[in-house]
Ligand binder design. Structure first.
Ligand SMILES: C[S@@+](CC[C@H](N)C(=O)[O-])C[C@H]1O[C@@H](n2cnc3c(N)ncnc32)[C@H](O)[C@@H]1O
Length: 278
């Protein structure tokens, strides 16, 4: 069979088998990359298995599959990724928004219910995912996102333009405290990987995502401390934490005088969100 006559179904199967060697989601990766190559929705591939791929399409697809086989995250290859109701630009300037962070947004929105124009601060905004999702799902919210990384802020600005949502972005280092206030809600998915654990991360994460977004010692506590000074009385702090960090973070919030300290699990049942009321 010449490469010009390879069918979509055959190529997909081969790519999927190849990616299964390096990815836990080989089939899904292969489908997403093929749909991207062909400018189609993934679901449309299933009605087109017999379609022959042109040599141009095959070459383009092989390039993307080779990048994925070298552990480059699919989201970075596609250049965009879904987060709650939004599709955001993503690239190596910032962390890829994760499904567990959608739960952070869910918890944050719970505390904004009934407040018409809440003031919200997202600390370490990255792509702007949390800030933008809150602005999208709580119209009227006045959301500010801060980050120490100029690269991340540039990407977040692209996402503000892409979504048309009103989020203010500021360059700010949380080690200097938190800016502005008073806020009804401070939310953050801070860097929480311990430096010693960097080597244990999957190469997809360790070798591609910005280390400033991953590694942090003390960021969670710094935010929780500083938030006591910028939250309105009764305002809420919602934090994403690493696997195994929920109990100590909840105790830390208790110690700082937060009330109603609650922990929420992710879809895998791991406690990943900790919140409290000032
Ligand atoms: C885990 S990422 C979260 C990104 C985004 N909020 C999300 O959930 O997808 C942490 C973010 O904190 C930022 N960051 C790290 N150190 C910081 C600091 N000292 N001050 C402010 N932001 C910081 C990083 O640049 C990164 O964008």
């Amino acid at each position: 069979m010449s490469s010009a006559t390879l069918s979509l179904g055959h190529v997909l199967r081969r790519a999927s088998e190849h990616l299964d060697k390096t990815s836990e989601t080989g089939r899904l990766d292969a489908e997403l990359l093929l749909a991207h190559t062909l400018g189609r929705h993934r679901i449309e591939l299933y009605t087109d298995f017999d379609r022959p791929l042109s040599s141009h399409e095959l070459d383009a697809y092989r390039d993307l599959v080779a990048r994925r086989a070298r552990h480059e995250p699919v989201a970075y290859i596609l250049g965009e990724w879904g987060f709650r109701g939004l599709t955001l630009n993503v690239d190596r300037r910032a962390l890829i928004p994760r499904p567990e962070t959608e739960i952070v947004v869910e918890r944050a929105l719970t505390h904004l219910r009934g407040i018409e124009q809440p003031d919200v601060l997202d600390v370490g905004t990255g792509t702007g995912a949390i800030a933008l999702a809150i602005a999208d799902e709580h119209p009227g919210a006045k959301v500010t996102g801060v980050d120490v990384s100029p690269d991340a802020l540039e990407l977040a600005r692209e996402n503000v333009a892409r979504t048309g949502l009103a989020v203010e972005l500021l360059h700010h280092d949380l080690r200097a405290g938190l800016p502005g206030g008073p806020y009804d809600l401070v939310v953050s998915n801070p860097p929480y990987v311990q430096p010693a654990d960097l080597g244990t991360l999957m190469p997809d994460v360790r070798d591609y995502e910005p280390h400033v977004a991953l590694v942090g010692t003390g960021a969670t506590e710094s935010i929780a401390r500083a938030a006591t000074g910028v939250l309105s009385p009764g305002g809420h702090l919602v934090l994403e934490v690493g696997d195994g960090q929920a109990t100590t973070t909840a105790a830390m919030l208790d110690g700082l005088g937060y009330s109603a300290v609650v922990t929420t699990p992710d879809l895998a049942g791991r406690d990943r969100v900790v919140e409290g009321r000032r």
